[in-house]
Design a protein around this ligand. Structure first.
Ligand SMILES: Nc1ncnc2c1ncn2[C@@H]1O[C@H](COP(=O)(O)OP(=O)(O)O)[C@@H](O)[C@H]1O
Ligand SMILES: [Mg+2]
Length: 600
C-alpha cells in the first residue's frame, strides 16, 4: 500500500524502524523540506503557461513576454536544485542508517547463543545481513524520495488545477479513486512475491556458502555435477521470483496510464466544448491540460514506488525477525556472579538435557562431582552424549533439568564471560582463523604476551618445532579454518592457546584423536605439564590416557552406567567398561558391531 503506515507489518515493526530513523531525522527533515519546495515550484509551470497564452499572445503584452520566460528559467532551476539536495540528503541518511542496521544485525547474530545456530544455515543468515539491508537501503532512499516528491508534486498540481478551473478539476479527479483499487491489490501481491524473492536469494547464498565450505567433500565424492544442478535450480527459482515481482511492478504503470488518460479525456471533451462555445479561454485549457498531465505523472510514480515499499517492508520484516531472537544471557544486561578459580569441586546434580530440536533425551539424570585439581576421564560409545555433557559446563547449552554447581554455586546465574575465561577447551576439530599463527594463538586474550611467553607456550604444547619450520614462523598465515596445517598441528596450536589462557578447568574432547602415535606421545607429555594445578576432564578412547585418570565415568545412551578408577572398573568382569575397551581397542571384535571404532 501507498499508505504503508496502515500496513500490519509496518505497525508491528514500527518502533524499530523509528529507532533506526531517529539519529538521521534532521537529514530526513531537510530532504522533506527540499521535496516540498521542489513539488510546490512545479505547480507554477501550468499557471505560467496559462498566463503566457492568455496574456502574452491574446493581449499581446511585450513586457510579460520578457518576464514569463525568465520565470520559467527560475522555476525549473529551483525545482532542479532542490530536487538534487533532496536526493543528496536522503541518500546520505539512508546509507548511514542502513549501515547502523547492518551493524546491529551483526552484533545480534554474534551474541546469539550457540543453540540458535545450525538450524537455518549460515548462508541464510548472511543474506539477511547483506542482501536484505541492501534492499532496504535502496528502498529507503528511493522510496522516501519518490514518495515525497510525487506526493508534493501531486498536491501542488491539484492546487494549480483548482486555481485554473475548479469545475474541470472535479472531472479529472473522478478517475483518481479508480486508481486506488489496482494499487491496493497489486501492492499486496508484491510484498508476498518480494518476501519469496528474498528467501529465494537466501537459498542461493546458503547453497553457495555450504558448498564452498564443503568443497573437499564434494571433490572427494565427485559430486560437482549434483551441486551445479542444485545451484542452477536455486538460481532459476530466484530469477523466477524476481521476474514475478517485476511483472507486478510494471503492471501498475499501464493501468495507471489508462485511468489517467480517461480523466484527461473527460477534461478535453468538456473543456474543448467550453472553449468552442467561448466559456473558456484557450490558455486556461492548455494550462489545465498541462497540469492534469503533470498530476498523473506523480500519481503514476506513487504507484511505481509500491514495488520498492513492498520489497523494503519484506526486508525490514526479515531483519526485525533476526533482531527479535533472544540473545545469550551474558549480553542481556544481567550481572551474575563472577566465576574464579575452582577451589572445591565441579558438581553435576541430577542434570538432564534435551536438544531443542531433538525428540529424545540426550543426557539423563547425570550426577557427578569432580574435586578441584582432579583428572577424570569420560568414555563411552560415540553418540552417548560425552560432548554434550562437557558442552553444558561453559553453558553453550543450558541443562533442561538439574543444576551444575561450581564450588557450590549454580552456574545458571554465573557471568558467562568469566565462566568461559575459566575454561580451556580443546576439541577434535580445532577452529582457526585465517590469520597468522601468532594471531591465532593470541586470539581472545586481552593481556600483552611477550615473545618469550609465546615461545614457551608453544614448546609446552610441542608446537614450537613445526611453527619454526613454517615459511614465516609465527607470522605464517594458516589459511581458511587452518587448512594449511595438519590436524595434529592444529591441535597442538589449540593446546598452546590453552596454555596461554591458563584456565582453571581444562576440557579435552577427543583432543588427541587426529594425532599419530608419535605426536600423541609428545602431546601426552605436554598434557602432563598443562594439567598440573588444573582440574581436567578428558574424553578419550586411548587406554594410555584413560589409565592415568583418577576416575573414569562410563557413559552410555546419556546415562552414567559405571564409574571408578581404571583398575576398579577392570575388576568388574563383563562390565560396560571392559566391553567398551575391547571394542574401541579392537581387542575382541564384537559380532554385533560391524563398524570398527576409530582407534583413538
Ligand atoms: N547440536 C545438536 N543438536 C541436536 N542433537 C545433537 C546435537 N549435538 C549432538 N546431538 C545428538 O546428541 C547425541 C549425543 O551427541 P554427542 O554428545 O556429540 O555424543 P558423543 O560426544 O558421545 O559422541 C547424539 O545422538 C547426537 O545426535
Ligand atoms: Mg563427541
Amino acid at each position: 500500500m501507498i499508505f504503508f503506515w496502515k500496513d500490519p507489518v509496518y505497525l508491528r515493526i514500527r518502533k524499530r524502524i523509528h529507532g533506526w530513523i531517529h539519529p538521521y531525522r534532521s537529514l530526513i527533515i531537510g530532504g522533506i523540506l527540499m521535496a516540498f519546495i521542489s513539488g510546490g515550484v512545479s505547480s507554477g509551470v501550468p499557471i505560467l503557461l496559462k498566463e503566457l497564452i492568455d496574456k502574452v499572445f491574446a493581449k499581446k503584452d511585450p513586457q510579460l513576454l520578457f518576464v514569463l520566460p525568465l520565470s520559467f528559467f527560475v522555476l525549473f532551476s529551483v525545482k532542479g536544485f532542490t530536487g538534487f539536495f533532496q536526493a543528496y540528503l536522503l541518500k546520505k541518511a539512508a546509507l548511514f542508517m542502513i549501515s547502523d542496521v547492518r551493524q546491529s544485525l551483526f552484533e545480534h547474530l554474534i551474541r546469539m547463543p550457540l543453540a540458535s545456530f545450525g538450524k537455518e544455515g549460515t548462508g541464510h543468515l548472511m543474506s539477511r545481513v547483506t542482501n536484505d539491508t541492501y534492499i532496504l537501503q535502496g528502498g529507503v532512499a528511493e522510496i522516501i524520495r519518490d514518495l515525497l516528491r510525487n506526493s508534493f508534486t501531486a498536491v501542488g498540481m491539484l492546487v494549480a488545477l483548482l486555481y485554473i478551473d475548479y469545475k474541470l478539476t472535479i472531472f479529472v479527479l473522478l478517475a483518481v479513486p479508480l486508481t486506488l483499487i489496482p494499487i491496493r491489490k497489486i501492492g499486496k501481491k508484491l510484498r508476498m512475491v518480494s518476501r519469496r524473492t528474498q528467501e529465494s536469494y537466501g537459498d542461493v547464498n546458503q547453497h553457495l556458502s555450504e558448498t564452498l565450505s564443503a568443497i573437499r567433500l564434494i571433490k572427494s565424492v565427485a559430486s560437482e555435477e549434483k551441486e551445479i544442478r542444485q545451484f542452477r535450480e536455486f538460481s532459476q527459482a530466484y530469477a523466477k521470483s524476481q521476474f514475478r515481482s517485476a511483472k507486478y511492478e510494471n503492471l501498475l504503470s499501464p493501468i495507471m496510464e489508462s485511468i489517467g488518460a480517461l480523466g484527461i479525456g473527460l477534461a478535453v471533451w468538456l473543456g474543448g466544448y467550453s472553449v468552442i462555445h467561448g466559456h473558456l479561454t484557450l490558455g486556461t485549457l492548455v494550462g489545465f491540460l498541462t497540469a492534469a498531465q503533470m498530476l498523473y505523472q506523480p500519481i503514476k510514480g506513487l504507484a511505481n514506488s509500491q514495488a520498492g515499499i513492498q520489497q523494503s517492508l519484506a526486508a525490514a520484516e526479515r531483519i526485525a525477525e533476526v533482531l527479535e531472537r533472544p540473545l545469550e544471557e551474558m549480553n542481556v544486561a544481567r550481572s551474575g556472579w563472577t566465576v574464579s578459580r575452582l577451589e572445591k569441586s565441579l558438581e553435576f546434580r541430577n542434570v538432564s538435557f534435551r536438544y531443542p530440536v531433538s525428540s529424545s533425551i540426550t543426557l539423563e539424570n547425570i550426577s557427578l562431582s569432580i574435586p578441584s585439581g582432579d583428572f577424570v576421564a569420560i568414555v563411552g560409545p560415540s553418540g552417548s552424549g560425552k560432548s554434550t555433557l562437557v558442552n553444558l559446563i561453559p553453558l553453550f547449552y543450558h541443562p533442561t533439568e538439574g543444576e551444575i554447581l561450581w564450588d557450590g554455586k549454580n552456574l545458571q546465574d554465573a557471568d558467562i564471560r568469566s565462566l568461559r575465561n575459566a575454561i580451556g577447551m580443546v576439541t577434535q576439530d580445532v577452529i582457526l582463523m585465517n590469520q597468522s599463527v601468532r594471531e591465532n594463538l593470541l586470539y581472545g586474550l586481552d593481556r600483552p604476551v611477550s615473545r618469550l611467553e609465546l615461545e614457551e607456550a608453544t614448546k609446552v604444547a610441542n608446537a614450537f618445532g613445526f611453527i619454526s619450520s613454517l615459511p614465516d614462523g609465527f607470522e605464517t598465515r594458516v589459511g581458511e579454518k587452518g587448512v594449511f596445517l595438519s590436524g595434529g598441528e592444529r591441535q597442538r596450536l589449540a593446546l598452546a592457546r590453552v596454555v596461554l589462557r591458563d584456565p582453571t578447568l581444562l576440557i579435552l574432547d577427543e583432543a588427541t584423536s587426529a594425532l599419530d602415535t608419535e605426536s600423541e606421545y609428545a602431546i601426552q607429555k605436554a598434557l602432563e605439564v598443562i594439567m598440573k594445578n588444573r582440574t581436567t576432564i578428558v574424553i578419550a578412547h586411548r587406554l594410555s590416557t584413560i589409565r592415568t585418570a583418577r576416575k573414569v565415568y562410563v557413559l552410555d545412551k546419556g546415562k552414567i552406567v559405571e564409574e571408578g578408577s581404571h583398575e576398579e572398573l577392570m575388576r568388574t568382569d563383563g562390565g560396560r567398561y571392559q566391553k567398551f575397551l575391547n571394542l574401541s581397542l579392537g581387542l575382541a571384535p564384537d559380532p554385533g558391531e560391524n563398524s570398527p571404532k576409530r582407534s583413538e
